[in-house]
Design a protein around this ligand. Structure first.
Ligand code: AMP
Length: 348
């Protein structure tokens, strides 16, 4: 990443502590962490677009009024275990230095994290007793309402792109700013399927993969049966489809066949917020690490399958603690151990 570009842009986050001190004077270690991040191998870089937020979450295990969240945050954190990540998002001037530090410590490039006057996007949700349902209590778009993703020049040649859940037209616009993509896809949600259908169809038409949950797959396709739903969605354009089924796992539809992965059985689910996004991060992160290139033909079914398992692994870690907390200590060794455990549990 070009340090000068990062430091020069008034609207970009300072590379120091995220407050107002210049990086060189910053008493904290954030600048050092960020410098380390910029030395990462850029070749397999993944650009992630979406929300960086503060969340309030209540589950049967407790309640947190305000903590770091957002789709791009979860995707980026999960993917960072596999590949260098570049985030495109917007935050307000209330965005804390310690949250910048966490992202920087994971080597995430923050040149595309815009900081503008106002408040950071805030979302609040409450989970049911079995945690399979959640109710959104509050969505304050704040600075996210005017989000117009602008890709820094240093992002545009990245080979991988994960479009988090934002307005389809913005997702399309981001994709158009990139050249040399080897694999691109993303996520969406019921709101866009219901109220922006034409725009969404136009957007996903040329995606390499689409990740959605089962109720969204049914809504998008108009089919209840997931096999028929998948066939319809693949006819809409995406070459590969992953239908996420929460604690029940995920189904991959790729290369003319399908693969069913169960969910990892956790002792305790503390907070499922972000699990779907972490799935996406593990999925694309693994494929980026492998260096897959759809321009050279199809991705092998084995790689797609392993990507689904790494997605499930990262989603499961996400649920073990509140918010992003599990990623503060999680190591790649733990990721590999769980991947092997997954393999052993499903082999027959
Ligand atoms: P997940 O549990 O995977 O659906 O992701 C939850 C995350 O998505 C939370 O951290 C929220 O901040 C973020 N989020 C919730 N609603 C929206 C929205 N409408 N647009 C973008 N991000 C959102």
């Amino acid at each position: 990443m070009a340090a000068a570009a990062f430091l020069g842009g008034q609207s970009r986050l300072k590379a120091g502590c995220g407050q107002n001190c210049p990086p060189s004077n910053c008493k904290l270690t954030h600048y050092r962490l960020w410098r380390q991040a910029s030395c990462y191998n850029q070749a397999m870089s993944l650009v992630v677009v979406g929300s960086v937020a503060y969340d309030g979450v209540e589950t049967p295990h407790g309640k947190v009024d305000r903590m770091l969240g957002g789709a791009a945050t979860y995707i980026g954190l999960a993917a960072s275990y596999f590949t260098p990540v570049k985030i495109v998002a917007v935050v307000g001037d209330d965005f804390a230095g310690e949250d910048v530090a966490l992202l920087a410590a994971k080597g995430i490039d923050l040149e595309g994290l815009e900081r503008v006057p106002g408040k950071t996007f805030f979302w609040e949700g409450k989970y049911s007793a079995d945690m399979n349902d959640r109710e959104t209590l509050r969505t304050d778009l704040n600075v996210f309402a005017d989000f117009q993703p602008k890709l820094p020049v240093s992002y545009r040649a990245a080979p991988y792109l994960l479009l988090g859940n934002i307005q389809p037209a913005l997702q399309r616009d981001v994709r158009a700013q990139m050249h040399g993509l080897q694999l691109a896809g993303g996520d969406t949600m019921n709101y866009w399927i219901r109220d922006y259908r034409a725009e969404l169809l136009e957007t996903i038409r040329d995606w390499d993969f689409l990740l959605i949950n089962d109720s969204e797959a049914r809504m998008l396709s108009g089919e209840h049966n997931l096999r028929r739903a998948a066939a319809r969605i693949l006819d809409m354009g995406p070459r590969t489809l992953v239908v996420k089924r929460g604690e029940y796992g995920a189904i991959l539809f790729a290369n003319g066949c399908h693969f069913i992965a169960p969910g990892y059985l956790l002792d305790d689910v503390f907070d499922p917020t972000g699990a779907g996004d972490c799935f996406a991060g593990g999925f694309i992160g693994y494929l980026a690490e492998r260096g897959v290139d759809l321009r050279g033909g199809a991705v092998g079914i084995e790689d797609w399958r392993r990507a689904v398992i790494y997605g499930s692994v990262m989603g499961s870690f996400c649920c073990e603690q509140f918010g992003v907390d599990r990623f503060r200590t999680l190591t790649r060794e733990e990721v590999e151990k769980r991947y092997r455990e997954f393999k052993a549990c499903t082999d027959f």
